[in-house]
Every structure is written in C-alpha cells, then in structure tokens.
Design a protein around this ligand. Structure first.
Ligand SMILES: C[C@@](CO)(OP(=O)(O)O)[C@H](O)COP(=O)(O)OP(=O)(O)OC[C@H]1O[C@@H](n2ccc(N)nc2=O)[C@H](O)[C@@H]1O
Ligand SMILES: Nc1ncnc2c1ncn2[C@@H]1O[C@H](COP(=O)(O)OP(=O)(O)O)[C@@H](O)[C@H]1O
Length: 296
C-alpha cells in the first residue's frame, strides 16, 4: 500500500486577463502549496477494478476526480499493453469542497502520480501534466509540484519561490462553484497582464474576491473579521480566505479567536509540494520520471 498526501493550494494573487473563445478565462496567479490536505492510500490489484472508499457526499464515484484520473491511466495502459490494472483507493478527505483550495485537483494529481508508479507505467511528468489538464485547470501545478506563476488557464507554469510563511486559512460553510463565478456577468475579466517581476512590485489581489463577497455576504463578513488581524485575501474563486503570519503561534492565536462554527486551520506555505516531499522520503523505492519543459 502506498499512502500519499494531496495538499491544498493557495492563489497568493489571482487576476483575470480575458475570456477565450472556448469560454475559459486567461488568468495570472501565483500558486503555493500548504502542508495540510487530503490523504490517499493506494493498493494495486490485477483485476482492473477501481474501488474508492468512502464515497464523497454529493459526488458520484464516476464523477470523482480520483476515479476519472485512474480511468485516464487505465485507458493509456490498455492502448499500450492491452491489459488494465486496478486499485483500491482510500480517501481521507480533510479539505472543504468548493473552497478554492484545489482539493479535487490535488486528489486527481496524487492519483496520477501514485498509479503511474504502482502500475509501473513510466509516464513522464510532462505526460501526466497533459493528462491532468483534461481533469481541471489546476491539476498540472499539483503534478509538477513546485510553487509557480501560472498563466493561460493555469497550465503555463513558471516555477517561483515566494516566502513560505505560516497561514491561517478560514473556510466559510459554503461551496462556491468555480463555473458560477466565471460565468457571472459582473466578474472583472479585463485586468492587464503583468510580468512576474511587476507582480512582485504590486499589491497582491484576487479579481474574484469583490464578486464573491457580493454574492456571499458570509465571505465578506469573515474577511472583514480576519483583516482586523492581518492582510487577508480569498483563494481561487473562494470561499476560503487566508492571512499570513510570521510564526505558527501567531496564526494559532488568531484561529483560537475565530467566530463560532467557522472551520479553519493553520498550515505552512511550501514551495515544494508535500506530495513530492513524501515521495522523496520513499526513495529509492520510488523514483520520479524527470520532465523536459515547464509548460503544462
Ligand atoms: C480559479 C482557480 C484558480 O486556481 O481555482 P479554484 O477556485 O477553482 O480552486 C482554477 O483555475 C480553477 O481550476 P479548476 O477548479 O480545476 O477548474 P476547472 O474544473 O478546469 O473549470 C471549472 C469551470 O470554471 C471555468 N473556468 C475555469 C478555469 C479558467 N481558467 N477559466 C474558466 O472559465 C469554466 O467554466 C470551467 O468549466
Ligand atoms: N476528489 C474530489 N474532491 C473534491 N471535489 C471533487 C472531487 N471529485 C470531484 N469533485 C467535485 O469538484 C468540485 C470542486 O472541488 P474542489 O477542488 O474541492 O474545489 P475548488 O476547485 O473550489 O478548490 C466539488 O464541488 C465536487 O463536485
């Protein structure tokens, strides 16, 4: 059995620079991982069956990004060798869904990376990232495993090394559907594209934040509360918000004062994904196939 993390991501800034003909939006964002997230345990089988436990409330197994990721690999394997392997996958779900923390994408990425190893498929990181983009715009960064400045729909990645502070992440009890925010007529979608250097000299913001606050007053209220303690922002299309602190204790102290009923956690920013830190610890049992470029 192989147990691996599927960490959360934060969008340290997020700007929407345009809408493409296919309806997707071009954006610029700085992705960083945190050392908190889901965990997946994989046991390979020879019978071709994929079994995921437990089921996620509201998500049919065949719609679960974990099963979708595994099926993509099975299809490739079938084409290559005519055979398919299976797996029992146990998911420990800690990340709220629809929170802008990328939990579904991270679960999918961990599945691609883990089954590539366990089924001995030998696919490169580039190939896994290309497969991943079909599952979600956020999957490639989790496959590549390094903090990155992202452009395009999130697939053009330039590795970056922002500070790695302690974060307090607060999750209002609501799911924000990414598609709903991107389809909202009031979304700001014409921000100028900047270079990473220009971003480093500009105050960071999230272009979805004003709209999500307007549609979900709970987010606005919690953000006003957190702003009393530290500069704070929303991640992705929300609903989670975060603030950075110089020490774990400082972040814990604010969490202890959080309004009743609000779920939150303290985590360390990581420029290397905890998924790859875990894989490195397993070396030499498991080796990563090197990548050749940084697009996707
Ligand atoms: C906005 C971001 C920023 O990190 O985060 P989340 O808040 O979802 O985590 C992501 O790019 C989201 O990525 P992901 O959650 O994988 O989205 P997808 O499943 O690919 O897309 C869901 C829907 O959102 C819209 N969409 C998504 C990404 C994008 N660049 N433009 C879009 O217009 C499309 O309507 C699409 O059908
Ligand atoms: N393994 C999974 N974990 C979470 N969500 C999943 C998963 N598989 C499919 N989904 C679907 O993807 C949606 C977005 O999930 P998630 O990645 O957690 O949010 P976000 O994109 O806001 O970070 C969920 O509401 C759910 O319907």
């Amino acid at each position: 059995m192989l147990t691996l993390p599927a960490p959360a991501k934060l969008n340290l800034f997020l700007s929407i620079t345009g809408r493409r003909d296919d309806g997707y939006h071009n954006l610029q964002t700085l992705f960083q991982f945190v050392d908190y997230g889901d965990s997946l345990a994989f046991s390979p089988t020879d019978d071709g069956e994929l079994i995921l436990t437990p089921e996620l409330a509201g998500v049919l197994p065949e719609q679960n990004l974990i099963i979708k990721a595994a099926r993509l690999l099975q299809e490739l394997q079938k084409k290559k060798t005519g055979a398919t392997q299976g797996a029992h996958i146990h998911l420990t779900k800690l990340l709220p869904m629809g929170g802008g923390l990328g939990g579904g994408s991270s679960d999918a990425a961990t599945t691609l990376v883990a089954l590539n190893q366990l089924w001995k498929l030998g696919l490169s990181t580039d190939t896994l990232a290309e497969l991943g983009i079909a599952l979600g715009a956020d999957v490639p960064v989790f496959i590549r495993g390094h903090a990155a400045f992202a452009e395009g729909v999130g697939e053009i990645l330039t590795p970056a090394c922002p500070d790695e502070p302690w974060y307090l992440i607060l999750c209002p009890q609501l799911e924000v559907a990414t598609a709903t925010i991107f389809n909202d007529p009031e979304l700001v979608r014409n921000s100028p594209a900047l270079t990473l250097q220009q971003w480093l000299e500009t105050p960071w913001r999230n272009d979805c934040e004003a709209l999500v606050k307007k549609r979900h007053p709970e987010v606005a209220k919690l953000l006003s509360w957190l702003l009393e303690y530290a500069p704070s922002r929303m991640t992705g299309t929300g609903a989670c918000i975060f603030a950075s602190f110089g020490s774990q204790q400082a972040a814990e102290d604010v969490l202890a004062k959080a309004p009743r009923g609000v779920f939150g956690f303290v985590a360390k920013g990581c420029n290397q994904s905890p998924l790859f830190s875990a894989l490195e610890k397993l070396k030499p049992a498991i080796k990563r196939v090197p990548s050749s470029n940084s697009t996707i």
